[in-house]
Design a protein around this ligand. Structure first.
Ligand code: NAG
Ligand code: NAG
Ligand code: NAG
Length: 382
């Protein structure tokens, strides 16, 4: 609830319309979206870029980032699960995100702004004139013709502009600070913005703030302990509820007694033929690694067609595939798939958990290659 004309937000808990706390309303809101076909793990990376822009804005004005709801991602293959308008809290721990930058869920945002047109300025970011031309056909102030917009069809913008950008996220800061005074600004196609400082302290702070939600961690922990004889304690994996207090020594963690594998198939087989092994090739590699590292269990995250007996971490409606993200990074040794964003996120997670880089930056080679170039090692900057 907002008192008219005043910058105060009344928070009501459990339906009771009483002010439990008064939060100052920020002056401005930043919203963003990503090209619809992009998957969960690229979107996690775009969040880091936009968070960096928000940090730049915060040096001048108060801004809050509105978290774009998740939905209908093509890699999510549980058709039985409701997959639109998914809040970030289903996957991430909001207090942890908030320790890095101020964020609100979209639902929270529209609850505060509902009476007005939601998005004041919609900036469409693209590299080419083509996108701009398409966008211009939509007159300012009309309902977005795009049928799906974070799963909310009623999203409207008062002003629409189109920008051709080529550069890091913070090049948007002067535009947002000076060229528009709109209270809420939405950046569409935010994946066109590049990292400000890839691999720097700011990058890692945001990355470390993306702590998985408690319920996901619980599913992962339960599964690990039940089937993989693995607990953070036994695996010497440190964890602090407050990520800002966590400082791990690289290589100090042991990891669970299993080989963790990310094996991408489907579209990857076509797009990256030389870099992705056949299933037989992958099995051979997996057996070899289990022998070398004396591991008798393997956890495979894959979209491959199921053959034989597999123990599955079945996503429940509130857990979804995200539960995988907790189990895979904690294996004693990890091998991933070339240029997969899922594998990249696992590398980062293992880095944050303090596992030895030699057990992290590994990938499958194509069948025809004996050895192939291995992923780059990125070190956490504190
Ligand atoms: C922003 O404003 C400046 C100064 O008025 C102008 O030169 C620039 O072209 C504007 N940028 C955009 C993206 O509108
Ligand atoms: C929309 O754009 C017009 C013309 O540039 C401007 O006069 C108006 O103030 C803008 N509205 C908002 C809400 O920014
Ligand atoms: C489980 O791991 C512990 C060491 O953490 C080991 O002592 C125990 O034998 C393991 N149990 C099984 C069933 O492998």
């Amino acid at each position: 609830l907002r008192s008219p004309g005043k910058g105060w937000l009344w928070v009501s808990l459990k339906g009771q319309a009483r002010a439990t706390s008064l939060l100052p309303l920020p002056s401005r809101y930043l919203l963003y979206d990503v090209n619809p076909p992009e998957g969960f793990n690229l979107r996690r990376d775009v969040y880091i870029r936009v968070a960096s822009l928000l940090k730049t804005l915060l040096k001048t004005e108060e801004w809050v980032l509105v978290l774009p709801p998740w939905g209908r991602l093509c890699h999510w293959q549980s058709p039985d699960i409701h997959q639109v308008r998914i809040p970030w809290s289903d996957f991430f721990d909001l207090p942890s995100l908030n320790r890095n930058i101020p964020v609100v869920e979209y639902e929270q945002f529209i609850a505060g702004e509902a009476a007005e047109v939601v998005v004041r300025t919609h900036v469409h970011l693209g590299f080419t004139g083509f996108l701009c031309e398409n966008q211009r056909t939509e007159a300012p102030g009309i309902l977005f013709s795009r049928g799906w917009f974070w799963g909310y069809e009623e999203t409207r913008a008062l002003n629409v502009s189109c920008l051709s950008v080529q550069g890091s996220a913070s090049i948007m800061a002067p535009v947002l600070l000076r060229n528009t005074s709109a209270r809420s600004v939405m950046l569409d196609r935010a994946e066109n913005l590049l990292h400000d400082h890839y691999g720097g302290k700011e990058y890692w702070d945001t990355r470390r703030s993306m702590v998985f939600a408690k319920h996901l961690r619980a599913v992962g922990d339960e599964f690990r302990s039940k089937y993989l004889n693995s607990t953070d304690e036994a695996d010497r994996i440190p964890f602090e509820e407050d990520w800002t207090k966590m400082k791990v020594k690289l290589g100090s963690s042991l990891g669970g007694p299993y080989l963790a594998v990310h094996l991408r198939r489907k579209d990857f087989i076509w797009g990256h033929r030389e870099d992705v092994p056949s299933l037989d090739g992958a099995v051979k590699k997996i057996r070899g690694l289990m022998k070398t590292h004396q591991l008798d269990k393997v956890f495979v995250a894959t979209d491959a067609v199921r053959k034989g007996t597999w123990l599955r971490l079945r996503p429940r409606p509130t857990h979804r595939e995200g539960g995988l993200c907790v189990t895979v990074p904690r294996g004693r040794f990890f091998i991933g798939t070339s240029v997969s964003t899922f594998s990249f996120r696992i590398h980062e997670e293992r880095e944050i958990l303090g596992l030895d880089p030699r057990t992290t930056y590994n990938r499958f080679c194509g069948d025809l290659e004996e050895a192939c170039e291995q992923p780059t090692h990125w070190k956490v900057a504190y």
